[in-house]
Design a protein around this ligand. Structure first.
Ligand SMILES: *Cc1c(COP(=O)(O)O)cnc(C)c1O
Length: 395
């Protein structure tokens, strides 16, 4: 039996009717740019995640770029983030002439390690006369970007405490974690809303996927939200009067409409993904594989949360990862490596001066992790096939 890594067609079959109705209406009115469809989706999204404002943008990457532009990131600045993430997180920093500074991950969750973050600031940064945080090369450290990887929130309480101590801005990359909850000391909080500003991606394969590229920015501050809206349209307000150098980061009405149709289903889909994850756990333990592979950690499971993990990916690890993937491919089972290289080892960042051994846990994760098929419509039979084929490999 073939088991694809992801199959989006079942979700479309469920929602084809309402999506087509929305598209027909937009095509009839020819209202493609911003307008009521975008505003309706922005309101629904803000309400869903408990933020005061949501600003629809053209992609998750553009959300991050617009945020950093609006916050005035410039050459000579630096931003601390993780190297175990999709390229965009660091790419947006570098595109503005600023420098990404990488700290290592927690090997259990793959998220940025608060201990490594604290250590980096303590050992490699100092305060100047103006009380700014300066790194070893004299750059001004402006912000920290934690990434809620694979659908699990970072440990935001310690991250926010460290950031407050150094007066650094925190910007969440919540591209993979829409709806994921965190048991903060202040109560349950959702990914993207635990810091100054957060970003989402609605790339088709994300848990809430558009029919193309789309993204959003969420924040609570009224002035900041207005600033993001202006940056989304070439820094323009009103039309043809440019306060800032922004970009075209608008969300299409067609994308907003499909996202608005899908949003009410998101919690159901996340619950279905968790059920798939639970079945994997049972089947792997029944097949006595839990000493061969490491299953994803669920640190917030027993803390009274619903979306303690939204399983954007179900990622296992084994030192025999490459052989295992070959075996799965040969048997028609989809899998993927997120990510084969830490960003600090990417060719385009060679100029940053990192080398092998600088981020040991990131490098080990890049060698050992493998994402298995997970989506709401994955059947028990398909999951058993995945586990059987893995058992066969280790037999
Ligand atoms: C998908 C993703 C992005 C970029 O989103 P796009 O919508 O593809 O531009 C950024 N960061 C992370 C962690 C992602 O997974």
């Amino acid at each position: 039996m073939r088991v694809p890594l992801l199959d989006l067609s079942a979700q479309y079959d469920l929602l084809a009717e309402p999506i087509r109705r929305e598209f027909d209406e937009i095509l009839r009115t020819q209202n493609f740019i911003l307008g009521p469809k975008v505003e309706e989706f922005e309101r629904a999204l803000a309400e869903y995640c408990g933020a005061r404002h949501a600003i629809g943008v053209s992609s998750g990457t553009d959300a991050q770029l617009a945020i950093l532009m609006a916050l005035g990131l410039a050459p000579g600045d630096a931003v601390i983030t993780t190297a175990y993430t999709f390229f965009a997180t660091a790419g947006c920093i570098a595109r503005l002439g600023a420098t990404p500074l990488f700290v290592d991950i927690d090997p259990a969750t793959f998220n940025i390690s608060p201990a490594a973050l604290a250590q980096f600031l303590q050992r490699h940064c100092r305060r100047n006369a103006a009380n700014q945080v300066i790194d070893g090369a004299g750059r001004t450290v402006r912000a920290i970007i934690p990434v809620h990887l694979f659908g699990l929130c970072c440990e935001m309480d310690p991250i926010n405490e460290i950031a407050a101590r150094y007066e650094l801005t925190v910007i969440e990359d919540a591209a993979q974690a829409i709806g994921a909850e965190y048991p903060s000391k202040a109560g349950m909080r959702q990914a993207g809303t635990m810091s100054l500003v957060g970003s989402f991606s609605f790339y088709p394969s994300k848990n809430l996927g558009a029919a193309g590229d789309a993204g959003a920015i969420v924040c609570d501050d009224d002035g900041l939200a207005q600033r993001f809206r202006i940056f989304r349209q070439h820094g323009m307000e009103p039309r043809y009067f440019h306060h800032f150098i922004g970009g075209n980061f608008r969300l299409d009405a067609l994308q907003a409409a499909i996202l608005k149709v899908k949003l009410p289903y998101l919690n159901r889909w996340s619950a279905a993904r968790r059920a798939v994850a639970d079945i994997y756990r049972e089947e792997f333990s029944r097949s006595r594989l839990t000493n061969r592979i490491t299953l994803p950690a669920e640190p917030y499971r027993e803390r009274g949360l619903t979306n303690h993990h939204i399983y954007h990916q179900f990622v296992i690890r084994t030192p025999r990862r490459d052989e295992l993937q070959q075996h799965l491919t040969a048997r028609g089972i989809g899998s993927a490596i997120y990510y084969p290289l830490g960003l600090h080892e990417q060719k385009c960042f060679a100029g940053l001066g990192y080398g092998p051994g600088d981020l040991l846990e990131t490098e080990r994760a890049a060698r050992e992790t493998l994402a298995l098929p997970i989506y709401p419509e994955l059947t028990l039979e398909m999951q058993r096939e995945v586990v059987d084929v893995i058992a066969e490999f280790f037999a």
